[in-house]
Write a new protein. Structure first.
Length: 195
């Protein structure tokens, strides 16, 4: 069903950073393929947020021999390194704000709402519904969408504009199910139309 975007809608683009793209330190398969979809969406929404994983070099999730399934990871998205920069084709200049998360060495933060100003920032602007795109479906996208619900927003997953780590295999599908079950809506990007 086509859906018109209104003044009370915001787009949250999750972690479209080089380290999560093919060839990056914590690559998400085909993560770069959603850049054009997201660029179109950045043109449509009145309010646009980019989140970024923004870790100190000694972040607790980093491991020399990461297992992934226990949520230990190769070092990634270290503050002020090329891997932490947004994908070069992402139209980041269209963002109204950039939200950094995971900035404390001793704390993991998958959600853009965790220990950030995002909830208040959105509410101040009258946002009632958020649309979520980006990576990774099974970690930061999922946590961000679920936290949006907890914060009292309606939340919509843009199904073709997300990609997952899918490690362990099946975790991406499980994440989508968990989001839907919690009350997140699902939509395809082509259904999203300017007001
Ligand atoms: C993410 C694993 C570790 C994500 C961030 O952006 O989904 N995943 N840090
Ligand atoms: Zn991280």
């Amino acid at each position: 069903m086509p859906m018109e975007i209104t003044a009370r809608d915001a787009l949250i683009v999750v972690d479209m950073q080089n380290d999560f793209m093919p060839g990056g330190a914590l690559a998400v398969q085909a993560g770069d393929q959603i850049v054009p979809l997201i660029n179109r969406l950045l043109d449509i929404f009145p309010t646009r947020v980019l989140t970024r994983d923004w870790h100190p070099p000694d972040h607790l999730s980093f491991a020399a021999n990461p297992l992934f399934i226990d949520q230990s990871w190769p070092a990634h998205c270290v503050q002020n390194t090329p891997g932490a920069e947004f994908h070069p084709q992402l139209r980041q200049q269209l963002a109204d704000t950039i939200v950094s998360k995971g900035t404390h060495a001793g704390q993991e933060a998958y959600s853009g709402f965790q220990s950030t100003e995002l909830e208040g920032w959105l509410k101040q602007r009258g946002v009632e519904r958020v649309f979520v795109a980006g990576v990774a479906t099974d970690y930061c996208v999922k946590s961000t969408a679920l936290d949006a619900l907890t914060a009292g927003f309606d939340a919509c997953l843009i199904r073709d504009a997300v990609r997952g780590v899918d490690n362990p295999p099946g975790s991406e599908a499980a994440a989508v199910s968990a989001m839907l079950k919690a009350g997140v809506n699902s939509i395809e990007s082509r259904e999203i139309l300017p007001a």
